[in-house]
Design a protein around this ligand. Sequence first.
Ligand SMILES: Nc1ncnc2c1ncn2[C@@H]1O[C@H](COP(=O)(O)OP(=O)(O)OP(=O)(O)O)[C@@H](O)[C@H]1O
Ligand SMILES: [Mg+2]
Length: 156
Amino acid sequence: MGLHRPRRTGHGSSRHGPRQIAGAGGLVALVGTLGAGKTRLVQSIATSLGADRRLVNSPTFVLIQEYEASPPIFHCDTYRLRNVEEFLDLGIDEVFNSPDVCLIEWADRVASVLPPDNLRIDIDVTGPTTRRFRIESGGPKSAAILSAARAAMEAM
Ligand SMILES: Nc1ncnc2c1ncn2[C@@H]1O[C@H](COP(=O)(O)OP(=O)(O)OP(=O)(O)O)[C@@H](O)[C@H]1O
Ligand SMILES: [Mg+2]
């Protein structure tokens, strides 16, 4: 699925937020270079699920953050992790096996231990103020989430 939207993400109301990108138990794997817009997309998804936008930023000291939302959201930025073991030590398996939403920045760094049924979003920087989002599902659950998201976006 290719998306090219000049409109900036992260400033929409919950009505326009990409809520369907994160269905219950959904795992979103965000991939993109420094400054591609991973955190901005997390802010947009989290806000659309009811999280307080001010709390959503790149976890610097905490490697994983939880936001009160419906469903609850876990946000992990793996940039500072030294290896995959440190990622597993966060107890991330528990999140994977829960109905909570899990959003992971730099997911390519921990791809080897991610459940394959994840929604992978590659963000390409196409210009100073433009981004291309490529979204791919890795299994039945993420495929269902992607179909719902596609239907919602087509209805916009
Ligand atoms: N969808 C977008 N459209 C246009 N510009 C964007 C978009 N998303 C983010 N940006 C711009 O890119 C900057 C960096 O965004 P963000 O911090 O979300 O990137 P990141 O991928 O999380 O970076 P890092 O690799 O440092 O974690 C933002 O301050 C904003 O100016
Ligand atoms: Mg970030």
